[in-house]
Design a protein around this ligand. Sequence first.
Ligand SMILES: [Zn+2]
Ligand SMILES: [Zn+2]
Length: 156
Amino acid sequence: MTGVCADCGCLVERGVRVSTCDDQGCCCSALATRDVGRMAAQITAAFEARDIVSFGALLADDARWGDDDTPTKCRSRRDVVVTFERLLAEGVGGDVVETKIGPAGVLCRLRIRWPDPADPLRRDEVLHLYRVRDGQIVEIEPYDDRSAAEAALASV
Ligand SMILES: [Zn+2]
Ligand SMILES: [Zn+2]
């Protein structure tokens, strides 16, 4: 069942918003949303403002980041938020310089600012695929290679 909310104008499909209204008093904001275009804007804004709380609100409870054999792997929203907090505290900053949306979610090109320019782990740019399911980021997938990242974005 798909219908437009009579009160605010959101397009709702089986309890999930597929298109969001611009109504300040939106009555459907608590619903899950599949509006990945809006999520891309929210991710960009959160990075710009260094707003970890807003970023965390986009994550699923069991959001994942990093392979199983990575010591710093994240397996929950809290793990991801703590990791971002640690990076910010260390002076590492990131700006979203490009976003692309696709069936898998949002692909972000991040420009990283390092406190120590001699850091051996230093890379100036990284690609993050934010995999979206039911309106939430369920996994952060880093890519070095643009064509691999775009292939992942195009498939679910
Ligand atoms: Zn609405
Ligand atoms: Zn509504």
